[in-house]
Write a protein that binds this ligand. Sequence first.
Ligand code: 5GP
Ligand code: ZN
Length: 122
Amino acid sequence: MDNCIFCKIAAGTIPSKKVYEDEDLIVFHDINPAAPMHLLVVPREHISTLADCTDRHQALLGKMLLLAPKLAGEHGGGYIDGADGPAGGFKSLLNTGPDGGQEVYHLHLHVMGGPRPWRGQR
Ligand code: 5GP
Ligand code: ZN
């Protein structure tokens, strides 16, 4: 899509701090992080919102979600159930439409984690 910032990032015409890519997905750091680790999981295909996904996107959506804990583990938001001490963890967030707080209309999954001193969590 012309004029789509995430299509341009996926195509490499706009730079990003990329941490992962494959034939379906690209993952990069959010430019305005809301947490110590804030990654965006973005499909290469331009899909405007989650509400535009169809059965054809089932595997892609599953792949995006299953990538989240792997990314979190590698970038500071890992979670191991039953681990001793602080287990960490992360948020996975997908905003849809204006009431959902979506600003960029190219599907993306936020993966946020790491210590959050401003919340007094750790
Ligand atoms: P939304 O509100 O659409 O769910 O989230 C869009 C996210 O994209 C925001 O967290 C914003 O900081 C991020 N973002 C917007 N433009 C850029 C950009 O050019 N590069 C990167 N890395 N992130 C961006
Ligand atoms: Zn796009």
